[in-house]
Design a protein around this ligand. Structure first.
Ligand code: NAD
Length: 463
């Protein structure tokens, strides 16, 4: 929304949230999320045509277009628990919009939702609005930005997708929203389609992206077993224009708020319409992701003589990827839990993730983090983990380092100094393949790099 305000000075944008703390942060000098370039965009238009408010009803009543970007988490209880999308927040927002509307509006689905959500939302809106003269046009306008590169993605999007009803009123609504994006997006990149195709496109895009990661991760296991190098494989296949070079890196696993949630949602939809084989196919993407995290933990344990009990292990990076402070579904959660379960003491350093967030993430059961009322109430693990503000301190006295997030700074640390202060043999487990492994071996480290030929030391340890 900030980008719309930034690019369209003639449009007034009011960002609304029921969470007062978040709105206060958006109105302060310390924005509630870390995203490169975001501060500049917000500061350029905040107070001009961009406002942040908790007065949801007043501003919705006044609006011509309402974008709904509320969270759509995975259900944790009831029918479809662990798979289906929980639309509680979406429905709550729709009821509120209906109750305050005295003028016709375009309602834009920006949240990622199951196919045919627009139809359900339309029913809620129509049945709950007292004024029969008010018309609601529902559009689906899924967001394809990636965290960490959000500003660049929004400034120069591959495409903007707008789905609407295939009738004159639907077409008119699509064109009204397209006119907003046309302030900075070339017309040929503004794709118009029907509602269901737009909704399904977003789920499919995330499922395909995650599938590429899981595919490369599956090959990384095979590379280790055969002495091949997953980066070489990725480079070779990436030159094929049908495959393309992006998203071919093996890693300790994908994370983020969307991939797993959206695939589970897709799986649930397939199951409900009786497509068992299709559901199983997509679910295997998640199975492979869980396997990769598990495999990484097993590799750490087996390399360190099958015991990590009471061993200090430095964790470099906790965010789900670099250039974001977002930890939702980060692989670091499962890896740290796995190491802690075997008795290790994890000492965590991340340049953007604070101690409270780490404690909350390690204490919160799967999927509960996205339910604001329930997340983070329990705090566990304080004895098994420390969170420090310096990577050298994290590794001081450690038996091993697990690199879990590919922050650029990790590649330029003084590993000679780090090595000297570690217990020997000193291990590095590179879960992102971003370090200079030859240089580390030269210093004396035992190096495990995902999907790369194993050090002789590790081959012995593993067999
Ligand atoms: N984060 C991403 O990069 C990304 C990218 C593409 C799509 N999406 C989708 O966008 C949606 C939101 O994602 P997010 O990461 O911003 O989630 P989030 O949980 O960070 O933010 C959702 C916000 O909605 C607020 N909210 C809930 N109910 C409300 C109501 N009735 N009125 C006003 N505010 C309400 C919550 O307080 C919360 O602050 C999800 O469906 C997600 O899948 C996210």
């Amino acid at each position: 929304m900030a980008m719309i305000a930034y690019k369209c000075p003639d449009i007034v944008v009011v960002v609304l949230d029921i969470n007062e703390g978040r709105i206060a942060a958006w109105n302060s000098d310390k924005l509630p999320i870390y995203e490169p370039g975001l501060d500049e965009v917000v500061k350029a238009c905040r107070g001009r045509n961009l406002f942040f408010s908790t007065d949801v009803k007043k501003h919705v009543a006044e609006a011509d277009i309402v974008f709904v970007s509320v969270n759509t988490p995975t259900k944790t209880r009831g029918v479809g628990a662990g798979k289906a999308a929980d639309l509680t927040y979406w429905e709550g927002a729709a009821r509120m919009i209906a109750s305050v509307s005295t003028s016709s509006k375009i309602i834009v689905e920006k949240s990622t939702v199951p196919v045919k959500t627009a139809e359900a939302i339309e029913k809620v809106l129509r049945r709950n609005c007292a004024d029969p003269g008010v018309d609601f046009q529902i559009l689906s306008n899924p967001e394809f930005l990636a965290e960490g590169t959000a500003i660049a993605d929004l400034t120069n999007p591959d495409r903007v997708l707008i789905g609407g009803k295939d009738n004159p009123a639907g077409h008119a609504a699509i064109e009204q929203l397209a006119a907003v994006y046309a302030h900075w997006v070339p017309q040929e990149r503004i794709l118009r389609t029907n509602l269901w195709s737009a909704e399904l496109s977003k789920l499919t895009a995330n499922a395909m992206l995650a599938q590429r990661i899981s595919s490369m991760n599956s090959i990384s296991a095979l590379c280790e077993a055969t002495g091949a190098d997953v980066q070489e494989v990725g480079r070779s296949i990436g030159t094929d224009s049908r495959i393309g070079s992006k998203f071919l890196n093996a890693s300790v696993g994908f994370g983020g708020s969307c991939f797993q949630k959206d695939i589970l949602n897709l799986v649930y939809i397939c199951e409900t319409v009786g497509l068992k084989e299709v559901a199983e196919y997509w679910h295997s993407v998640i199975t492979m992701n869980d396997y990769q995290k598990h495999r990484f933990v097993e590799r750490v344990i087996s390399s360190m003589f099958n015991t990590i009990s009471k061993k200090r292990i430095a964790i470099y990076g906790f965010a789900f990827k670099k250039d974001t402070g977002d930890t939702r579904e980060t692989p670091a959660i499962d890896v740290c839990r796995g190491l802690m379960a075997d008795g290790a003491h994890c000492v965590i350093y991340d340049p953007q993730v604070g101690a409270d967030q780490v404690h909350q993430d390690l204490a919160t059961p799967k999927f509960e983090w996205d339910h604001p009322a329930r997340a983070g109430s329990a705090v566990i693990g304080r004895d098994e983990i420390s969170i420090v503000s310096d990577p050298y301190e994290a590794a001081h006295g450690a038996h091993g380092i697990c690199l879990l997030t590919e922050w650029d700074m990790f590649a330029t640390l003084d590993y000679q100094k780090i090595f000297e202060n570690m217990v020997k043999p000193a291990f590095i487990f590179d879960g992102r393949n971003t370090l200079n492994h030859a240089a580390l071996r030269e210093i004396g480290f035992i190096v495990y790099a995902l999907g790369k030929p194993l050090d002789p030391f590790l081959q012995c340890a593993y067999n």
